[in-house]
Design a protein around this ligand. Structure first.
Ligand code: ZN
Length: 248
């Protein structure tokens, strides 16, 4: 039967506390809020990237529309210029031809005004699309900075946790030699089976593992047991250590 002095049992409790601390640190490292934050930021970035591509496509589509209009307006202007030159040169003698030329200048002029109206409307649309694209680009810059900031905070948090882990591991190394190999093996085996918690104190007649109050029989056994005896909880099977707070 496995036995351990009260001081060795106390060291086992110390070891359990250190291992609990290490487990907590590991849990905290895995669940840093910065991970969720970065995940959220990445989704926002993806959306902005798509929206920006759409906005930039709009800008170039509208700009192409404007170029086309300008070239149409230019053509109308050139044609009007040529007609006007013919008129001014006085080379057109027939009244009918003169009338048709004047008529054409009239419709070209109307056409020019119409095209210019459309161009004005296109320019307004272009301005709106450009300002949308630029707002999205600013938002993209803002998100990039937010990611940088969250990554920096995450790195700092991880570094702080790593430091605590190192400290706890150094403590662990000083405790382990105080526990006999056989007891240590039992501890590790129970820890694997019992969700990391293998050793608990009896606190005010309660098992600090399953929180159940010791029955009268168990209490009787605990009170009369040899101090070197390694007690096990009848309920949760954890190793129970007697302390000043056990209420025995
Ligand atoms: Zn228990």
């Amino acid at each position: 039967m496995l036995k351990a002095s009260p001081s060795e049992q106390a060291r086992l409790l110390d070891l359990q506390a250190i291992d609990q601390k290490l487990a907590q640190l590991e849990h905290r490292r895995r669940n840093l809020p910065e991970y969720a934050e970065l995940n959220d930021l990445a989704q926002q970035q993806q959306k902005i990237r798509n929206d920006l591509v759409t906005a930039q496509t709009d800008v170039s589509d509208i700009a192409r529309e404007q170029d086309k209009l300008e070239s149409d307006i230019d053509q109308v202007r050139q044609r009007m210029g040529r007609d006007q030159q013919r008129l001014d040169a006085g080379s057109v003698s027939s009244a009918k031809e003169l009338e048709s030329l004047q008529h054409e200048i009239g419709s070209l002029s109307k056409r020019q005004r119409d095209l210019e109206d459309v161009e004005l409307e296109v320019m307004e649309r272009l301005e709106v699309a450009e300002s949308q694209a630029s707002a999205l680009a600013s938002e993209q810059d803002r998100l990039a900075l937010a990611v940088e900031d969250a990554e920096r905070r995450r790195a700092e948090a991880v570094a702080a946790i790593d430091k605590d882990v190192e400290y706890a591991q150094r403590q662990r190394e000083t405790v382990v030699p105080d526990v006999a190999e056989e007891l240590l093996a039992l501890y590790e085996k129970l820890r694997a089976q019992l969700d990391g918690l293998a050793v608990v104190a009896i606190k005010q007649r309660r098992c600090d593992g399953c929180r159940l109050e010791l029955s009268a029989t168990d209490l009787g056994h605990v009170r009369t047991a040899d101090e070197d005896e390694i007690l096990r909880c009848e309920e949760c099977r954890r190793i129970q250590v007697r302390t000043d707070e056990s209420g025995l």
